[in-house]
Design a protein around this ligand. Structure first.
Ligand code: ADP
Length: 217
């Protein structure tokens, strides 16, 4: 694992991956951004089935690695369980490997990734190499007090180890400090679409669908 941690440019290096990504084909590559508890998971499921593209959730991948007790999982657990971000090189290695799978040739929904500017830049480099630039970054905007209340409810229902009041505050703080700058990054590229994440799941999804329909044409 130490060798993985030393690598820097980890996405998009495999020649095989370049072949698998068909150039010129209609392809939806969406980064989904939203604070913890914003309903991003629920909306991601609906968006995936609407667009028929695969899901690439770094949170899910990291939890699976943790569950399977792989060396990546054991290392990642030390960060996840304290509400901290897993180091970029680890996450980039994991995403790079995943993106090489042929199912991702027709696009995907990035969920929980990128979380830092370094991750965003690395993703851009990789997608540009594959001549498949990002279609858009979708932001779900939500009220922070409402979010904490929602997450504590989810913690009770799902019993996730990282949903304690302390880690929730920590994750919200990290979101504000590290992930919110991503919004500026994508705004600068003219790719950011910010949507109101409050309301019923149907109301929120209607806004998301309208945003992606504009790009499908
Ligand atoms: P959330 O409910 O905060 O959206 P996720 O399921 O996306 O949670 O992520 C859970 C945890 O996994 C994060 O708190 C973090 O420790 C780790 N994680 C997930 N994605 C990333 C990433 N792109 N970079 C670093 N750490 C990540």
């Amino acid at each position: 694992m130490a060798s993985v941690l030393r690598q820097e440019k980890l996405l998009g290096q495999s020649p095989a991956s370049t072949q698998e990504w068909a150039t010129g084909e209609a392809c939806m590559l969406i980064v989904f951004i939203g604070p913890p508890g914003s309903g991003k998971g629920t909306q991601a499921k609906r968006l995936l089935s609407y667009l028929g593209i695969p899901h690439l959730s770094t949170g899910d991948l990291l939890r699976a690695a943790k569950h399977d007790d792989t060396s990546l999982g054991r290392l990642a657990a030390q960060y996840i369980d304290h509400g901290r971000l897993v180091p970029d090189p680890l996450v980039l290695a994991m995403v790079g490997e995943k993106l090489n799978e042929p199912q991702f040739a027709k696009g995907c929904l990035f969920d929980g990734f990128p979380r830092t500017i370094q991750q965003a830049k690395s993703l851009d480099e990789s997608l540009n190499q594959r001549k498949q630039p990002l279609t858009m970054a979708l932001e779900l905007k939500a009220d922070e007090n409402e979010l904490v209340a929602r997450m504590l409810k989810r913690a009770a229902a799902e019993k996730r180890a990282d949903d304690t009041p302390e880690t929730l505050t920590q994750r919200m703080d990290i979101y504000r400090k590290q992930t919110a700058p991503l919004l500026d990054y994508y705004r600068g590229q003219g790719k950011l679409i910010s949507l109101d994440g409050m309301g019923t799941p149907d109301e929120v999804f209607a806004r998301i669908r309208a945003a992606v329909d504009q790009k499908k044409v």
